[in-house]
Design a protein around this ligand. Structure first.
Ligand code: PHE
Length: 336
């Protein structure tokens, strides 16, 4: 086919399309010109027989023809439908989509980030695969502490482990920044626990850390946790500190919230004590500051860490931790 013949065929194809009266005629023309065995693909296949010097101009003309035919067919397709009165039936019922819901653990983490965000805390992140220094040594854990034992921690080799707590993110944050620091660090943690109704080998914690060159006190820690308890659990929740020990804080406390279900009277959830243990906390030990290269004479701060599952179970009344991991939509859907 010469270029002139091609232009002729093109003009003719466009006339035919313009004259097509119904959808089947349009479809027949689509097959004739641009269908798999149509004349335009045939021309493209035959390009190799066109003399080399004519090939570029010929190729361009074929492509232009194809584009015009497709545009004409598209315009016609829309027109043909309307002419026949085809339109959407607005009385048909809509399609139903099952909407997902946020997982209770994600909700607690996001809500915590919002609450502490109002107090100026940002969210810091760290890896689940940690080293001995960040997870233990820099946190002032003595070399033979039982938590380092193979029966408590998942070790990969003598130095690499799955973090047993979110506290190593404190170390990473302090090594990379200067005070003042205000962060919370949510994330997965791992311990060699046998899974039962209240334990899981893989669970979540949220760490908090505030370090400043201004004096920071235990009272600051208590007020921040009281605010958090109130925002997360609702009115009337009070916070109790009990003395405890953690290698990386001194003094250290365990933090209880008054049971929000029985308002402290005693019930099944709080095991009749009126209190629920939710976190460990304390004033950052000067030795931790030394490990991260801070002058422990000039800075002070507090840290806390709580279990996300624990908060979710109390907040939503979930009696078994395993429900949080089974992904049973009958359970998850109830909290949507
Ligand atoms: N990391 C501690 C734990 O997992 C909790 C904690 C965090 C205690 C910060 C004190 C300060 O038990």
């Amino acid at each position: 086919m010469t270029l002139a013949e091609l232009e002729n065929s093109k003009a003719q194809s466009l006339v035919e399309i313009a004259a097509a009266g119904d959808a089947s005629a349009i479809e027949a023309l689509r097959v004739k010109y641009v269908g798999r065995n149509g004349s335009i693909p045939a021309l493209i296949k035959g390009m190799k027989d066109v003399p080399k010097e004519e090939r570029p101009a010929f190729g361009k003309a074929v492509q232009a023809w194809r584009a015009e035919v497709e545009a004409a067919l598209a315009a016609k397709g829309a027109g043909a439908g309307a002419e026949k009165g085809v339109e959407a039936d607005l009385t048909l019922p809509g399609r139903w989509f099952a909407l997902g819901a946020k997982h209770p653990l994600s909700r607690v983490i996001e809500e915590t980030a919002r609450i502490f965000g109002r107090l100026g805390f940002t969210v810091a992140d760290g890896p689940e695969l940690e080293n001995r220094f960040n997870n233990f040594t820099a946190l002032n854990t003595p070399p033979h502490h039982p938590s380092m034992d193979r029966s408590d921690t998942f070790w990969f080799d003598g130095d690499t482990l799955l973090r047993t707590q979110t506290s190593p993110v404190q170390i990473r944050t302090m090594m990379a920044n200067k005070p003042p620091i205000r962060v919370i660090c949510p994330g997965r943690t791992y311990r060699r626990d046998t899974t039962d109704a209240t334990h899981s080998a893989n669970f979540h914690q949220i760490e908090g850390l505030y370090v400043d060159t201004k004096p920071v006190s235990l009272a600051d820690l208590k007020s921040v946790l009281a605010y958090f308890a109130h925002e997360m659990m609702g009115d009337g929740v009070t916070v109790r500190f009990r003395p405890h020990f953690f290698p990386f804080t001194e003094p250290s406390v365990e933090v209880d919230f008054s049971c929000h279900l029985c308002k402290g009277k005693g019930c099944r959830v709080c095991k009749d004590s009126g209190w629920i243990e939710v976190a460990g906390a304390g004033m950052v030990d000067p030795r931790v500051f030394k490990h991260v290269g801070y002058d422990h004479e000039k800075v002070s701060g507090y840290a806390f860490g709580f279990g996300v599952e624990r908060i979710a179970m109390i907040k939503y009344g979930i009696p078994d931790i395993r429900w949080l991991y089974e992904n049973d939509v009958r359970f998850l859907g109830q909290l949507a």
